[in-house]
Write a protein that binds this ligand. Structure first.
Ligand code: ADP
Length: 491
């Protein structure tokens, strides 16, 4: 007070003077049990061996969770088979649809609880669980409910038949949403399900099980078993599973593909990515900077389709990077339950170690690291938003999926060079293109080897739109009519 300010205009605009008051989301109403088991044949059952699920922002234990062994998985598959043979495959589509609509509405009714638990168990900002994960999970059930009695119109001229029991294994980056992505189309198509949530984020799946029970879903139609990789493998390898759907790392995807090879199980894999966000010099730069931030810092970069490589045209690189660094300096990192938070907690200590390892490699290989001035919480797993410049396509950080808030920046001169660099990874999931010219956007999009291309936007998801990759990003599509194909025999 009264002291002459020595702050520059930049500091005044982007520095520590511009602080938001805390806006904590209350979590007192969340009524978590001390222990969660499995959901088999419409009932909650526990098994002896357990693990702890923690809040990655505080390292507090939220609950203990049972681990399903082979016998428990077998029990779940048997329940799913019985429900398939006796109830679900015989039920008219319009009746199945009623359950899906009911589940969708109940997700909406319980959205606050689901969003808070999702944030506590996984570390993502409450703004994202509240505005993206939970509404989209409901939207997937609504969307596929609409298809349940119209399957013969989905593939005109063909006859369609459900497959039987679907075994599904999902990751920790969008726990509830991934469950909805997998369960909704499977049920709409007339299959029953055995699903395993990821070991760091089992809680919202168990809340979903409570919704299934309350919705009166017939016992055995959806079974949820908890555990680690061995439990997932037991589902994948079970003889009486007809279809396997996996979302997770490319490494585990390869193991699953080998396990399923030679069987008559139908398989879809949604694996890793190293998405390129391509900014041309005719793009609206401010809009593109927002898109770059959303592309890599949404959900702490724990996104298989993240725009983790920025390809920026050389003549605008300086301007884009200056604006990007300013924008990153305004991001709020910390308590995921604060409604202002932009970047929450890294999902687990293992993942934090993995990010640190790859960032160290980036520096050792000669890339230039930028991190904004920010104070990270003392407890919990946090990592500052990071931008690497001076990156070349051969750098590890330009090739390997980091799955964290780390952006690798490369430059290009011509559209052809942009396409070549964008395609220069083993992956092929998603890319973004920023340009004022529609013709350029479509020409470049048609030459990118990836399943999803966003134009002048990034990380947009909709249940009507198919999602999936090529090459080491997997195969099969989830969402849209195409998403039904994975759960039907079409003749
Ligand atoms: P991440 O490395 O991102 O944790 P993973 O691919 O290891 O991703 O995990 C995704 C899901 O796959 C989790 O639910 C995990 O428990 C499960 N999983 C891990 N190993 C296997 C396996 N060999 N077979 C089936 N599922 C597995």
């Amino acid at each position: 007070m009264g002291k002459k300010s020595t702050k520059s205009v930049r500091d005044l605009l982007f520095g520590d003077l511009w602080e938001y008051a805390p806006a904590p989301q209350s979590s007192g109403f969340v009524d978590l049990k001390d222990h969660y088991g499995h959901f088999i044949n419409g009932e909650f059952v526990t098994t002896e061996e357990t693990f702890e699920t923690i809040n990655p922002a505080t390292e507090e234990v939220l609950a203990t969770v049972s681990i399903a062994d082979d016998a428990t998985v077998d029990r779940a598959v048997k329940a799913a088979r019985k429900a398939y043979d006796n109830v679900w495959s015989k039920m008219p589509g319009k009746e199945r649809a009623k359950y899906l609509y009911r589940i969708a509405r109940m997700i909406q009714e319980k959205s606050r609880n689901l969003a808070v638990v999702e944030t506590m168990d996984g570390g993502k900002p409450i703004r994202e669980s509240r505005d993206v994960d939970v509404p989209l999970a409901a939207a997937h059930f609504f969307y596929y409910a609409g298809w349940a009695d119209k399957l013969e119109y989905a593939f005109p001229g063909a006859t369609v038949k459900s497959l039987g029991v679907a075994g599904q294994v999902i990751p920790w980056n969008f726990p509830l949403l991934m469950a909805a992505w997998k369960i909704a189309p499977a049920l709409a198509a007339g299959n029953t399900v055995v699903i395993k949530p990821a070991e760091t984020t089992p809680l919202t799946a168990m809340l979903l099980a409570e919704i299934f029970q309350e919705a009166g879903l017939p016992p055995g139609v959806v079974n949820i078993v908890n555990g680690f990789g061995e439990t997932g493998a037991a589902i994948v390898n079970h003889d009486d599973v007809n279809k396997v759907a996996f979302t997770g790392s490319t490494q585990v995807g390869k193991i699953i593909q080998r396990a399923v090879a030679g069987t008559d199980k139908k398989l879809t894999l949604e694996l890793g990515g190293k998405g390129a966000n391509i900014i041309f010099d005719d793009a609206s730069i401010d809009q593109a900077v927002e898109g770059i931030v959303n592309g890599i810092f949404f959900n702490q970069g724990h996104v298989c389709c993240a725009g983790s490589r920025l390809l920026v045209q050389e003549n605008i690189a300086e301007e884009v990077l200056t604006k990007l660094k300013h924008r990153i300096s305004t991001l709020i990192i910390g308590d995921p339950l604060d409604k202002n938070t932009d970047v929450g907690a890294i999902n687990s200590r293992d993942q934090l170690d993995n990010i640190k390892r790859l960032v160290d490699i980036g520096e050792a290989e000669g890339a230039e690291k930028f991190q904004p001035r920010c104070t990270l919480p003392d407890k919990g797993f946090f990592f500052a938003p990071t931008v690497f410049t001076d990156v070349t396509p051969s750098h590890t950080i330009a090739q390997d999926e980091i799955f964290g808030p780390v952006l690798s920046v490369l430059t290009f001169r011509t559209p052809d060079e942009a396409i070549e660099k964008a395609n220069n990874t083993p992956y092929g999931l998603a890319c973004g293109i920023w340009s004022d010219k529609g013709s350029k956007l479509f020409r470049v999009a048609s030459q990118l080897k990836c399943g999803i291309v966003w134009g002048n936007t990034y990380n947009r998801f909709d249940p009507t739109s198919p999602f999936g990759g090529y090459r080491e990003s997997g195969f099969g599509r989830e969402g849209g009519v195409q998403g039904l194909l994975a759960y039907l025999e079409v003749r």
